[in-house]
Design a protein around this ligand. Structure first.
Ligand SMILES: [Zn+2]
Length: 287
């Protein structure tokens, strides 16, 4: 995991070289879009600066959020990344306190239990340098958005947050990295290098998301990050297919298709995925 966190010293955060997203669980449980086409409105037209008071350090600060109901999701891709018509709203899902470094998903930015608050204060706030997160730009660049997700992920690791929370942050960080990759212009002189770098990071985030959600299904109760069991299984299925882990995908598909609580929409998609998985397994056997 070192690669994802290698540049955190610029936030004033010193991390152990061997920091791993799921380190704690290894010890604890051994068993265990880019905007499509030209649009007249600019990205900033869909955003507003929201004033927030930090529940950890009481400092006031501002965060850019997407205006309610202003952007339309047109589809999800193979790793369930929401693709929006007007702009990439995935960039704006993390709240960062630029004073103390407390960061998490917008809807989870709330007061922390005392033990977790202490950990964040000691391990993040103590030396935090928030200047990286201050900007006069009317939007967050992809790089800024990715840094915000990484800081949220570090917060979750440091405060020993739930595995599902870390998996969810990895998934969403991966979505934003993919958004960056798809927004790259081929005439950028560094196109190839940046694209390769994005692909590598995407892969690492999605792999951690898959591992984390699989672990979480064995140790946590539902709802998990606000998702019911069918939604989490469907997410695992899609990530498993993405990584060609067809045995895992077969298992979750079978579970989804036999469950009485899986909704019709997910079941229909599972039938399609099942066909694909069966064909791929056959292909592998014939090789
Ligand atoms: Zn704060």
């Amino acid at each position: 995991m070192g690669g994802l966190f290698s540049d955190m010293s610029k936030f004033g955060i010193e991390l152990d070289d061997d920091l791993e997203i799921f380190e704690e669980e290894k010890k604890a449980s051994p068993g265990a879009a880019a905007a499509a086409g030209p649009v007249e409105l600019k990205e900033e037209d869909f955003l507003l600066d929201k004033s927030v008071t930090c529940p950890l350090c009481d400092a006031p600060f501002k965060v850019k959020v997407v205006k309610n109901g202003k952007v339309k999701q047109i589809e999800t891709d193979d790793v369930l990344r929401p693709v929006f018509k007007e702009m990439d709203a995935n960039k704006y899902n993390v709240t960062v306190c630029t004073v103390c470094g407390y960061a998490t998903l917008n809807n989870a930015f709330k007061p922390l239990p005392a033990a977790q608050a202490k950990l964040i204060k000691e391990k993040i706030s103590a030396n935090f340098n928030g200047s990286v997160f201050l900007t006069d730009d009317p939007t967050y660049s992809y790089d800024m958005a990715i840094e915000r997700y990484k800081l949220a992920l570090i917060n979750s690791v440091v405060k020993k947050g739930k595995i599902s929370e870390r998996a969810n942050l990895c998934l969403r960080a991966g979505w934003v990295v993919r958004g960056k990759r798809l927004s790259l212009k081929p005439d950028n002189p560094k196109f190839k290098a940046i694209e390769m770098d994005c692909l590598k990071q995407e892969d690492e985030f999605f792999k951690n998301a898959l591992d984390g959600f699989v672990k979480a299904t064995m140790t946590e109760d539902y709802p998990m990050c606000g998702m019911d069991d069918a939604t989490v299984d469907f997410l695992i299925t899609n990530l498993a297919v993405h990584f060609k882990k067809y045995d895992l995908a077969s298992k979750t598909i079978a579970r989804l298709l036999t469950s009485t609580t899986t909704n019709r929409r997910i079941k229909d998609k599972c039938y399609d995925l099942k066909e694909q998985v069966v064909a791929e397994i056959k292909k592998q056997k014939n090789q």
